[in-house]
Design a protein. Structure first.
Length: 315
């Protein structure tokens, strides 16, 4: 079983919340932060090919050409994998799922992984890369969710491989979340880059500069929504997402239980979270974020009621 849709978005943009809300649907399940593609790219591919990817990042290419060139070193899903490939992939995933500072919430993933079904076809040379991904993905789906009919995947870092993922999953739909720069940068700054606002801004902008054009090619596979709209008008936004995914819309519940990362995302929509995040940054810092992220405001928030938008887009 392969994912039939993907949730994309920069870190801390609300992708876990959206995935939790979608999984409340009786027909939908989103596997959270599996890393099944990222693990292959970072830990399995030969070093020389990863060096190529880093070199491309310094080449000054347009966002679209860079996105395609960056993924061009990765094999197609039909490529055959060897026993050694399976072994390295298994170890890469297990390394990802071992308990770390995140509190070990990925431990159930490690408990579900069983790569023994892959060994015989890999030994015979009949196992494709896509089949390896599909087998790993299906094992990560909780048993109580396997009776559903539509399955998705969400890992923020998969955004940087979205062109390659889309090519290997030609029928899959995409749902992409954008979040207002000041609150998103503040969330990244708080969790990952405390004391280094410049790095937090660069992390946020890498989403838009490197890959986002690919999601706007007009092929009908992509739906882009704003985090703020999801928070303020969840019924309307989720109805759009359900329609995009081809499932019947259902009423939005007041609370939810994602099963994993509950303490991280909470059990209900928190409409006060943005205010708390904005207060982490002083006026000078907010002005810096707005100035550097001007293109995001102009493209996605020109019609929005945003306190700092005018300051952000003013010369």
């Amino acid at each position: 079983m392969r994912p039939e849709f993907f949730v994309f978005g920069v870190k801390r943009s609300g992708t876990t919340l959206l995935s939790a809300l979608l999984t409340e649907h009786p027909d939908v399940c989103v596997v959270n932060d599996s890393g099944i593609y990222r693990a292959f790219n970072r830990s399995v591919m030969p070093v020389r090919q990863r060096i190529l990817s880093k070199a491309l990042a310094k080449g000054g290419r347009s966002s679209r050409s860079f996105a395609r060139a960056e993924a061009s070193h990765l094999p197609s899903g039909s490529s055959r994998v060897t026993l050694a490939d399976v072994d390295r992939y298994f170890m890469a995933l297990m390394d990802r799922y071992r308990p770390r500072n995140s509190g070990g919430w990925m431990v159930p993933y490690a408990a579900r992984l069983d790569f023994s079904p892959m060994l015989a076809p890999a030994r015979e040379g009949t196992l494709s890369l896509q089949q390896m991904f599909e087998m790993a993905y299906w094992q990560l789906v909780p048993d109580d969710q396997k009776g559903k009919r539509l399955f998705g995947e969400k890992t923020p870092n998969h955004l940087y491989l979205c062109d390659w993922i889309a090519r290997n999953n030609p029928d899959a739909r995409m749902v992409t979340l954008v979040r207002e720069p000041i609150t998103n940068v503040a969330a990244i700054y708080k969790r990952d880059y405390a004391g280094n606002l410049t790095t937090a801004i660069s992390m946020y902008l890498s989403f838009y500069i490197r890959q986002f054009d690919m999601l706007y090619e007009g092929h009908g596979r992509s739906l882009v929504i704003r985090y703020e709209d999801l928070i303020r008008r969840p019924e309307m936004v989720l109805t759009r997402v359900y329609r995009h995914l081809g499932v019947e819309a259902i009423p939005v519940k007041g609370d939810f239980n994602y099963g994993i990362r509950t303490s991280y995302v909470g059990g209900e929509i928190d409409t006060d979270r943005d205010r708390k995040l904005r207060e982490l940054l002083d006026p000078r810092q907010r002005e810096m974020v707005g100035r550097r992220c001007r293109m995001v405001y102009e493209r996605f928030y020109s019609d929005a009621d945003c306190d700092d938008r005018q300051a952000a887009i003013s010369p």
